[in-house]
Design a protein around this ligand. Structure first.
Ligand SMILES: *[C@@H]1O[C@H](CO)[C@@H](O)[C@H](O)[C@H]1NC(C)=O
Ligand SMILES: *[C@@H]1O[C@H](CO)[C@@H](O)[C@H](O)[C@H]1NC(C)=O
Length: 485
């Protein structure tokens, strides 16, 4: 959540300081006022609103409880249908930095960018939202400049500030530039100074709350709200799986090395994971075709009501296509979603897949009960994707049992893929050791068994051997892959 944006902030920290001085000045000039309209909230997300599920839930909850709700952030992915539907919610999009900064040298572009951002946020929070909101909710990280701005606006308009702690901004920065870097110290100071006091603090884990209360002596109400999967997430039916793989068939077909790995299929009747069967039917040709096409298109497939009864005498037989089922020769499907950042060590999965391949060969050679073929689909975009996918491409040229591909899915297809998979893998290792992987929450929501890389507070979510399994290194993961295979 915004972690890849942090690097952008590095050179801006100086301006963060400037801003601090400005804030301090305004702080003493502006007297707190108290004329906000009741039951209203402004929610600030310094990122793509549509990719901030947690903040969208906050907005939904406020709106459903009668609050006039403004959600402020950048345009990108679509908002959840619930937010689009609710009458009291208004999305207010911040403008992108002017195009011209792209052509300017960095030292000039950086200050323009931050000033542009600060001004656009202040305009929305102070001017465009006409009535002062009762509550101002801000996501952290990023902390610069949002925490200071929200505190300032809270002061000017008399709104109560609520900070939603997803993670610690300085710890993400430390992963990139090293813990000793002066920027990290400045960032930490900024985060602690503007974060320590608020009307309320929300946390993603108990570990985060305990840590911040101890380290920074946070002031205000404190509430832990664990992430939950969206209500519509569920295990995918064979029908949904069929539709998903028909839809992404071109993506699958364009991947190297998959054609002789996957079972043969022919759209629209079969996919690498599902197929339809035919049977004799007593229906008229027109109806028969309609049924066949609805079986292929609709979520509620119409299946012949008496599949095994012979056709009535005198009526012609026609072929009817039954609803898709999972095919027995499908490969096992593993899904991992990653942001391809340094806090997710993809090499662990890669190594485990290599071990699975060796083990499958060994069993084949010794005539043991064979392991299924394994297709790993990795979703997500990020800085280290190219490097690792090239490495996988090279490795799997000699692999027979395992393939690993990366796909970028539309938001609506992601839960279907999770719900269709046999196993989910989380490589999240938390920069602070205080936040939990949202992807595991989503996997649970889709009824997908999960293997998760261990880190200090993971047990708030994954209980080893109860609702999932936890691994500490590649060989443990390989064993778990084999066990679930
Ligand atoms: C329909 O199929 C059954 C067996 O599947 C066969 O006995 C019958 O003769 C067929 N009827 C027609 C009209 O082709
Ligand atoms: C996970 O790591 C914690 C320490 O960070 C350790 O106490 C725990 O036993 C580990 N869990 C598993 C299942 O290995």
């Amino acid at each position: 959540m915004g972690s890849s944006d942090i690097v952008d902030f590095i050179p801006l920290i100086g301006f963060g300081l400037l801003l601090t001085v400005l804030t301090a000045f305004l702080w003493y000039v502006c007297k707190p006022r108290n004329h906000h309209s009741l039951r209203s909230v402004a929610i600030l997300v310094l990122g793509d609103i549509g990719r901030s599920p947690r903040m969208m839930y906050h907005a939904q909850s406020f709106a459903e409880n009668g609050f006039v709700t403004d959600i402020v952030g950048y345009r990108g992915s679509d908002l959840t249908p619930a937010l689009e539907r609710l009458p009291r919610v208004q999305a207010r999009y911040l403008p992108e930095p002017p195009i011209i900064v792209k052509f300017l040298p960095f030292v000039v572009a950086a200050p323009i960018k931050i000033i542009h951002q600060v001004v656009s946020i202040l305009l929305v929070l102070l001017v465009y939202i006409e009535k002062p909101p009762e509550f101002l909710v801000v996501q952290n990280p990023p902390s610069i400049p949002s925490l200071a701005l929200v505190q300032l606006v809270g002061r000017i308009r008399g709104s109560k500030v609520i900070i939603d702690w997803h993670n610690l901004g300085y710890s993400i920065l430390a992963l990139k530039v090293g813990e000793k870097h002066p920027f990290v110290r400045i960032y930490k100071w900024f985060e602690a100074t503007f974060g320590y006091s608020a009307y309320a603090h929300l946390f993603v884990t108990h570990a985060m709350r305990d840590h911040l209360v101890k380290e920074w002596d946070l002031q205000g109400h404190k509430v832990v709200l664990h992430d939950r999967p969206p209500r519509h997430f569920h295990r995918s039916s064979a029908q949904e799986t069929h539709e998903l793989f028909r839809k992404i068939q071109p993506l699958i077909a364009s991947q190297k090395g998959l054609s002789d790995f996957l079972p043969k299929y022919s759209a629209p009747y079969s996919t690498p994971f599902t197929h339809t069967t035919r049977e004799k039917s007593t229906l008229s040709p027109t109806i028969s075709r309609a049924v066949a096409s609805s079986a292929l298109h609709s979520h509620r497939a119409i299946v012949s009501s008496q599949p095994n009864t012979p056709p009535a005498e005198g009526l012609p037989n026609y072929t009817e296509i039954r609803a898709p089922v999972l095919r027995p020769d499908r490969p096992a499907l593993l899904v991992s979603s990653t942001s391809w950042t340094p806090d997710e060590d993809f090499s662990i999965l890669l190594e485990a897949l290599g071990m699975y391949e060796s083990r499958a060969r060994e069993l084949e050679a010794t005539g043991g009960s064979p392991l299924p073929k394994l297709l790993a689909i990795v979703t997500g975009k990020g800085p280290m994707k190219k490097k690792y996918m090239e490495e996988v491409g090279f490795l799997q040229r000699s692999w027979k049992w395992v393939r690993c591909i990366s796909l970028w899915l539309e938001a609506e297809d992601y839960p279907t893929l999770l719900g269709a998979a046999d196993l989910g893998v989380s490589l999240h290792s938390s920069s602070s050791g205080l936040d939990l992987p949202m992807k595991v929450v989503d996997m649970f929501g889709c009824g997908l068994p999960v293997c998760a890389l261990n880190f200090s507070c993971l047990d708030e979510l994954v209980k080893h051997g109860k609702n999932g399994v936890v691994f500490n290194d590649a060989s443990e993961l390989a064993e778990q892959l084999e066990a679930s295979g």
